[in-house]
Design a protein around this ligand. Structure first.
Ligand code: NAG
Ligand code: NAG
Ligand code: NAG
Ligand code: NAG
Ligand code: NAG
Ligand code: NAG
Ligand code: NAG
Length: 630
């Protein structure tokens, strides 16, 4: 009796011990094929699908999702300040939403799982403008970024970066993998929707951090994409949490993780690709034939079946398209707005409380703007335009098709439209901080610092360059001015009200001389307006101020005089603190402004050059050039 109870007790102790061993082992080494039953803590928009797929964000705007392994990982040996080697491998996929993809996904090692106050979009749900780059963060991340943020020094809209304490990467490269057979780099589209496998390895003795990636079907390349010597002792000195974070902005993607393996000291176990969940087809693909369902499992029988199915499906689709084409041919109006989402009048009306006066944001450019809520979190701005002629309405609807395809982070993106009677409603994303003119010319808003202003100017240049789209069909803005620039909560510039029929700007001071004669807006007249606008931003005054002494009425003339006298710097907004000004940047902006606002059309640069001047990748032409044609 006593013996048995003793042995039972021993067995229980043994079981408890082995369980605790198992769980302590789980803390330093684990492997998840899918995340059903995984020890995972989810935050924000993260969910685990019934298939085991981890979805960090869906394609709604400004989502943040994180997911962390449930136990912290001890990143240093007891009584030692040296950090420890680790190795991890995971499979992710990024499926873009309706427009361009955004923003990205990151593997994260962080002392805490609390990211309250972190921003979506470029900040990936990990940082905000105040703690970005702060060494107290002690966060190491590897980002897979699908948006180019010029002000954060991103090289392109498809890159991988090693981030230490902030989103400005210490090491980065365009996404690619090394092909051993051909001995060359093959580039890889992060947001293709196809699964991509990643290996991140850190050897604490060599102090080397390597990041390698490849399409799922490829073996691990033997040359990493990123390899950087880093002493992580100061960063990973104790227990840290490991996991993933992703965010969307106004451009969106579904960010997915399919499987994850991790180990400290020693290699992470290889992921068994046949055990991974498959990626569901995006809910409403814009072109069904170009995005076949992605199946991770390789099975030749299945493949055959899929081919047969696809072949017959293609036949059906062709027939449907033919019928649809015929129908559309008979109803030409529908065809125009192919890409744009069509809202019902009832939906817009209920979102804006029946266009209630309390929702009126303002009247601008022959339309009234209302704030609306599609859902409690999805806020929109609706522009109501009353068309006076049938011609105006047809032109506007035709424009909607092309502008609804545009997605760029410095534009106020058009989400869709609605037409009823002679009224057209344009549905835009809502930009919280209102228009730039309020910040510049009235005293009811905080004074913008120089770094805010420089960032706004660079953002505007990028947005306008995108509209002028070298290569693709260019779109003329036609109305570049301070009241058409909105600021989002990070005080980044968003150019609004573009492309509604090419009309010339009538705003005083922004009108290029040739416009007065030809009345036709062009890229050059946009560049002129941009030049005037950026000088307004630096000087904090309007292009034309009739109450000033005669020589100061026109901003452009006043700046030209300053340039001749060599006292340009004294003419910037006196509300900015002198010690925050970076003279080199201020002069760069002022001279770029003068060059753009040159009387002579030929002397003005293209927007893509302007972007390079402001980036410092191209030098401004010789000073004398500014006087060309003056
Ligand atoms: C994304 O998720 C949120 C919250 O779960 C939901 O309200 C929204 O409709 C989803 N968006 C899409 C595009 O599926
Ligand atoms: C760690 O250091 C403490 C005091 O410095 C000492 O008591 C302890 O035994 C050490 N532990 C190990 C594992 O060396
Ligand atoms: C930035 O993030 C930190 C840490 O998450 C938070 O404490 C701080 O309040 C945030 N700052 C702002 C301005 O939101
Ligand atoms: C491949 O890319 C890496 C990292 O960008 C670079 O260092 C290397 O020189 C490239 N190799 C070839 C063969 O282009
Ligand atoms: C990182 O890559 C370099 C270059 O291929 C290699 O020599 C080194 O051993 C790698 N280190 C780790 C930790 O994988
Ligand atoms: C690495 O950093 C730690 C802490 O910052 C420091 O104590 C150590 O000396 C560094 N190691 C090397 C080789 O620089
Ligand atoms: C780290 O590099 C050292 C020296 O190259 C090697 O001896 C050691 O095995 C490596 N450690 C790991 C965990 O790969």
């Amino acid at each position: 009796m006593t013996i048995t109870s003793k042995s039972i007790a021993l067995t229980i102790i043994f079981l408890l011990l082995s369980v605790s061993c198992a769980s302590s082992q789980q803390e330093t080494k684990f492997l998840n094929h899918g995340f059903l039953g995984a020890n995972l803590l989810k935050f924000g928009s993260s969910i685990v699908h019934p298939s085991g797929l981890l979805e960090l964000t869906n394609t709604s705007m400004r989502q943040i999702g994180q997911a962390f392994h449930g136990f912290p990982i001890p990143f240093s040996k007891p009584n030692s300040s040296n950090s420890i080697s680790f190795s991890t491998s995971f499979v992710f996929a990024i499926t873009p939403g309706p427009g361009a993809p955004g923003h990205g996904l990151a593997f994260v090692i962080s002392p805490s799982m609390d990211f309250t106050g972190a921003l979506p979009s470029n900040y990936l749900g990990l940082f905000n403008t105040s703690n970005n780059g702060n060494s107290l963060n002690r966060i190491l991340a590897v980002e897979f970024d699908t948006v180019q943020a010029v002000e954060l020094s991103d090289i392109d809209d498809n890159h991988v970066g090693i981030d230490l304490n902030g989103v400005v990467s210490v090491e980065y490269a365009s996404a690619a993998y090394f092909d051993h057979r051909d001995a060359k780099n093959i580039s890889l589209r992060l947001a293709s929707g196809d699964p991509i496998r990643v290996w991140i390895e850190y050897n604490a003795t060599e102090m080397m951090l390597n990041v390698t990636l490849a399409p799922l079907e490829r073996p691990k390349p033997n040359v990493p994409l990123l390899s950087r010597k880093m002493n992580l002792s100061g960063v990973l000195s104790e227990e840290h949490y490991i996991g993933f974070a992703a965010a969307t902005g106004t451009v969106t993607s579904t960010h997915l993780v399919l499987g994850w393996s991790f180990s400290i000291e020693g290699k992470a176990t290889e992921i068994d690709l046949t055990k991974l969940p498959s990626i569901p087809k995006p809910p409403s693909p814009p072109s069904p034939s170009s995005t076949p369902p992605v199946s991770v499992k390789k099975d030749s029988n299945n493949t055959k079946l899929i081919i047969i199915f696809a072949a017959s499906a293609t036949g059906v689709i062709i027939m449907i398209l033919a019928l649809l084409g015929f129908w559309l041919f008979r109803r030409k109006q529908v065809f125009f707005t192919g890409g744009a989402r069509k809202f019902s009048h009832q939906m817009i009306s209920s979102a804006t409380g029946g266009f209630d006066n309390s929702r009126l944001l303002g009247e601008r450019n022959s339309g009234s703007f209302y704030k609306g809520n599609l859902t409690p979190t999805e806020i929109i701005a609706v522009k109501k335009i009353a068309c006076t002629t049938r011609q105006q309405k047809t032109t506007l609807i035709a424009e909607i098709a092309s502008i609804s395809r545009l997605r760029q982070r410095n534009l106020v993106n058009l989400l869709g439209y609605c037409s009823k009677g002679n009224e057209i409603y344009l549905v835009y994303e809502y930009v919280p901080n209102g228009s730039l003119d309020r910040f510049l010319f009235s005293n009811d808003r905080p004074v913008l610092t120089w770094s805010d202003r420089f960032c706004i100017i660079k953002g505007l240049a990028a947005g306008l360059q995108y509209l002028h789209g070298e290569g693709q069909r260019p779109l003329i803005h036609g109305n570049v001015k301070a009241s058409n620039v909105l600021l989002d909560e990070e005080l980044h510039a968003r150019l609004g009200d573009y492309g509604q029929g090419i009309r010339h700007s009538s705003a005083s001071g922004y009108v290029a001389p040739e416009l007065v004669e030809t009345v036709k807006a062009t890229r050059d007249t946009d560049v002129f307006g941009f030049g005037v606008l950026i000088m307004e931003i630096v000087c904090g005054r309007k292009a034309i101020e009739p109450t000033k002494p005669p020589e100061e009425i026109s901003l452009v003339n006043w700046m030209l005089q300053g340039f001749k006298k060599g006292d340009l710097l004294q003419r910037c907004d006196t509300r900015m603190h002198r010690d925050e000004l970076v003279a080199r940047e201020v002069l760069l902006v002022m001279k770029t402004g003068l060059l753009c606002a040159n009387r002579s059309q030929e002397a003005r640069p293209m927007m893509k050059q302007v972007v390079r001047y402001l980036d410092g990748t191209e030098r401004l032409p010789h000073d004398d050039y500014l006087f060309y044609g003056v």
